[in-house]
Structures are given as structure tokens and as C-alpha cells.
Write a protein that binds this ligand. Structure first.
Ligand code: BES
Ligand code: ZN
Ligand code: ZN
Length: 498
């Protein structure tokens, strides 16, 4: 999608749709609305009155045919309400607009933005709107033989004033596009079926992306993983016909930048979670191709980071494997040893994500990082606690958890902190090993977090449980679509930029 920013008179443009976002407090006095109304012989305001359009309703909208009286076939008025607009709301606004355009198969649209009146930073607002447009225009049609749509929005022009310079606007659009490319990549990886998105395929997609973006990549197979003594990860992987792949992607900042300790991103990469011998019921398995959404999010973030070139080194780690039942399965009651020497009694093979992540976190520590973030579709309990649209954040360092939550807010993603209550640690005590991999039914998301904490040493670390928002069975209000959402990418990129 080609996205432009112009400061000319919007009437000099010509497109299928003109979109006009309006604030409750000032919409009736909006200069352009009045000018449009004049050109339409007063019919627009008359119609709005008759149909009681109210800009006080956030994302309430009104479409109007111009019958050749204007260079735009239609006008779409969108209410912005009267609350302070945040990064998430601008993302939502553009997502909403792009869906409206999609309904009418619009190819070329124009939007007039008075960013200053919106009370938001113009460049930031523009970047968030690029995300919304791109996200709404995404299609996943790999498995369709018919009814494919050719109605992609090909051109979108924002009109603003000189207060946002052409160069700043250009950068905001490029940044937004880079982030959207990362999110699209994540969504493609997650939407692809587990039959195709095997650990090897995930590794080859990561390699392709790394080459394209100028990142370093290392893919290790079973022998190397054994050498690393990643006993928990290997236990999960061992029943599958698809061999595990340990993926490490590195972004090195421009040489002129000061050398800083790296930020390490760890993503859960279970390309299919059947539950193993603790087999899931059919309904629980149906969406388990999404169990690599954490790894897809860190890889999507790396794609964006490769384009945005922040000052800090960023390393992404994915311990990719399948969790399958079979003659070689790890068994309920078995004990395995992690790369840091801790032994773990497996009392549920469906709590596999924490096992793969534990070894990946030990590996992450070997980079002597400034900070570690892991992202995982880790527990159903997290979805019970927070609902489908909110991810959990928890960690061993209150300051860093705060930074992660701030980054999420800046990025426009919905996170909520959960307490890593040390009193619950006793639930992970095992009779025969250092720990067991499950605790009680209560506080399941926190217990998973407490388990991971044993593998991160002193490094400030945040665990993000994205089991809810990573993959949705139906579209959410706001900007999260059905299927893979790309959740987490924007927050990770924001953190990397800090
Ligand atoms: N991959 C699942 C968690 C999940 C559930 C992700 C729903 C997305 C949507 C994870 O591996 C799992 O099965 N967790 C178990 C843990 C339990 C056995 C302690 C769960 O949440 O039931
Ligand atoms: Zn599981
Ligand atoms: Zn899982």
C-alpha cells in the first residue's frame, strides 16, 4: 500500500473516499466540513442533522454520496468521541477506516487529519494510523482456491498542515510500514497450518527474513541442542517426526553506536501443541498451530528492528519443536535436567511451553544481556484471568516490568501486570526432583511465570503471556482481527527502541 502525506489543499486531491475524523467538541465548526457542505448545497449538514450523526460517539460513522459535486465519490465522517486519544485509539481508528473501505472495495482513499486538534503527537499518530490501515488490509488466502479478493487498498493519502514537516511525516510513515511488515510476517507465520509451519520451516522463514533484513542467523539441529544440554527442550521435542530447530537471530546496531549489552527476546515456538501424552481434547487442539505465536512475534519484531535500526543489539531466540504423543514421548512422571542443571519432574506433558522456554532462557543468559523478554502463548489460565484481548506481563524486576508496560501503552497494545507471588513457589516443589512443571489449578499463569523465573538468574526479565490475544476465533473490538493478530510485535519494537 502506498501511503503519502501532503500539506496541500485537500480539494486538489481526487479519490474514491474522503475520510474526515471529527472531534465531539468542534466538529460542527470544522472548516472543511463546512466547505464540503457548501459545495454540496447544504445537503451534507442537513443529512447529518436528520440522521442525528454524533461525533461524540467514538468510531460512529456516516457515509455520504457526493454525486460528482466533489473530487471524492463519497465522504466518510468518523466520530472521535471526547476522550483523550491514545496510541491504541488511533490504531483502532485507522483499522476501522480500512475495514469500511474494504466493504466498498475502495482502492484509493484520502483522509484529512488535524493532528494538533486531536491532541496527540502528529508523527506518532501517523505511524499508528499506518498500522491500522495495513492491519485492516491484510489477507491470508494461501489456502483458498476461489473467492480470493483483489480489492486491496492501493493508495492512501493523509492531508495535514505544515506543523508536521514533510520529512518527519515521511519517517513516521516508513516506521509505520516497517512495523506493519513485521506484524504481517508474524501473522503469516501463525496463520500457516502446523502441517506446513514445522520447526524446520519456521527456521527457513526466519533465515529468509534475516537475509532480507541484513541480520545474522544461526539454526542449530538436534546434535547441537544436545551439546547445549537442553534436556527439557529435547524432552518435549522427542516424540515428533519433525526435528527441533534452535534459532538465534542477531541484530547488530550501526558501528557508530555505543556498545550496549543486548536485549534478548525469547519466543515460545511450539509449532503444534497436541498436549503430548496429556493429550488435549479436539477442541483445544484445533487452534494449536498458534502455539508458536510468541516466536512469530519475536521474529516479526526482528524484521521491523532490522529496518528501524535501533541503537542496541537485539538477539532473538526460538527453541522450536512440536509437542506430540507417540512411542518416544516424554512420559508423565519422567524427570529431565535443564541446561542450568535444575531437574524437573514432568507431571503434565501439556505444560510443555515452560520446558522449552526454560532452556531457551538459560541460553539467553549466556549472552550476558541487559534485559530478557520472553513472549509465549503459555497458559489457558491467563486467558481465564484476563480475557482474550489482554496479555499478561510479569517479571523479576519491578522497574523493567514498568518499562515494558509503558512500552505497551506507547505501542497501543493491551497488557496487564500479574504478581509473581513468591508464596506460590512452594506449589512447584517435587518429591523427587528440584521442581515439577505444574502447580495447582489456581493462579496458573503466575505459576508458569514462577517456573520460568528459576531459569533467568539476576538479569531483569519480563515474561509476556499472550495466550489470549495472539490468535482470535472472532474479531475483537479495536484493532485485533480474527486469526493471527501479530500481538506483541509493536511492544517488543518499542522496547528495543528505548
Ligand atoms: N499452549 C498451551 C496454552 C494455550 C491455551 C495457548 C489456550 C493458547 C490458547 C499450553 O501449552 C498449555 O497447554 N498449558 C496448559 C498448562 C497446564 C497443563 C498447567 C493449560 O493452560 O491448560
Ligand atoms: Zn501445552
Ligand atoms: Zn503450548
Amino acid at each position: 500500500m502506498k501511503i503519502n502525506y501532503l500539506t496541500k489543499d485537500v480539494m486538489t486531491d481526487k479519490s474514491d473516499f474522503l475520510i474526515l475524523p471529527l472531534l465531539k467538541k468542534s466538529w460542527k465548526k470544522n472548516g472543511l466540513l463546512v466547505a464540503l457542505d457548501e459545495k454540496l448545497d447544504g445537503l451534507l449538514l442537513k443529512a447529518l442533522r436528520a440522521d442525528s450523526f454524533d461525533a461524540g460517539k467514538y468510531l460512529g460513522s456516516y457515509a455520504f454520496q457526493t454525486w460528482g459535486k466533489l473530487p471524492f465519490e463519497r465522504i466518510l465522517l468518523v466520530g472521535l468521541g471526547d476522550k483523550k486519544l491514545g496510541a491504541d485509539m488511533l490504531w483502532d481508528l485507522a483499522y476501522f477506516v480500512s475495514k469500511q473501505l474494504r466493504l466498498d472495495a475502495v482502492k484509493k482513499a484520502t483522509m484529512l487529519c488535524d493532528f494538533e486538534a486531536f491532541g496527540v503527537d502528529s508523527a506518532k499518530a501517523l505511524q499508528q494510523m499506518v498500522l491500522g490501515l495495513r492491519m485492516g488490509d491484510y489477507r491470508f488466502e494461501q489456502y483458498l482456491s476461489r473467492n480470493k479478493r483483489s480489492d486491496k487498498l492501493s493508495q492512501f493519502t493523509f492531508f495535514g498542515d505544515e506543523k508536521l514537516s514533510g520529512n518527519a511525516a515521511k519517517k513516521a510513515i516508513l516506521d509505520g510500514q516497517a512495523l506493519a511488515d513485521g506484524i504481517d510476517f508474524t501473522r503469516d507465520l501463525v496463520n500457516t497450518t502446523a502441517e506446513q509451519m514445522t520447526p524446520a520451516k519456521l527456521a527457513s522463514e526466519a533465515s529468509k527474513m534475516a537475509k532480507e533484513m541484513g541480520l545474522q542467523i544461526k539454526v542449530e539441529s538436534e546434535a547441537a541442542i544436545k551439546k547445549r544440554k537442553m534436556g527439557l527442550y529435547l524432552a518435549v521435542a522427542r516424540a515428533s517426526a519433525e526435528p527441533p530447530k534452535l534459532i538465534t537471530v542477531t541484530y547488530n546496531p550501526p558501528r557508530s553506536a555505543k556498545v550496549l549489552k543486548p536485549l534478548v527476546l525469547v519466543g515460545k515456538g511450539v509449532t503444534y501443541d497436541s498436549g503430548g501424552l496429556s493429550l488435549k481434547p479436539t477442541a483445544g487442539m484445533a487452534t494449536m498451530k498458534c502455539d508458536m505465536a510468541g516466536s512469530a512475534a519475536v521474529l516479526g519484531a526482528m524484521k521491523a528492528i532490522g529496518a528501524l535500526k535501533p541503537k542496541r543489539q537485539v538477539i532473538a531466540i526460538v527453541a522450536a519443536c512440536e509437542n506430540m504423543p507417540g512411542g518416544k514421548s516424554y512420559k508423565v512422571g519422567d524427570v529431565f535436567t535443564a541446561a542450568n542443571g535444575l531437574s524437573v519432574e514432568v507431571l503434565n506433558t501439556d505444560a510443555e511451553g515452560r520446558l522449552t522456554l526454560a532452556d531457551a532462557l538459560v541460553y539467553a543468559n549466556s549472552f550476558k544481556p541487559a534485559k530478557i523478554v520472553d513472549v509465549a502463548t503459555l497458559t489457558g489460565a491467563c486467558v481465564v484471568a484476563l480475557g482474550e484481548y489482554t496479555a499478561a506481563a510479569m517479571g523479576n524486576d519491578e522497574k523493567f516490568v514498568g518499562e515494558a508496560l509503558d512500552a505497551a501503552k506507547e505501542a497501543g497494545e493491551d497488557f496487564w501486570q500479574m504478581p509473581l507471588n513468591p508464596k506460590l513457589k512452594k506449589l512447584l516443589k517435587s518429591d523427587i526432583a528440584d521442581m515439577k512443571n505444574v502447580g495447582s489449578r489456581w493462579g496458573g499463569a503466575i505459576i508458569a511465570g514462577l517456573f520460568l523465573e528459576e531459569f533467568v538468574d539476576e538479569t531483569p526479565w519480563v515474561h509476556m503471556d499472550i495466550a489470549g490475544p495472539a490468535f482470535l476465533e472472532s474479531e475483537a473490538p479495536g484493532h485485533l482481527p480474527k486469526g493471527a493478530t501479530g500481538f506483541g510485535v509493536a511492544t517488543l519494537v518499542e522496547l528495543a527502541k528505548k
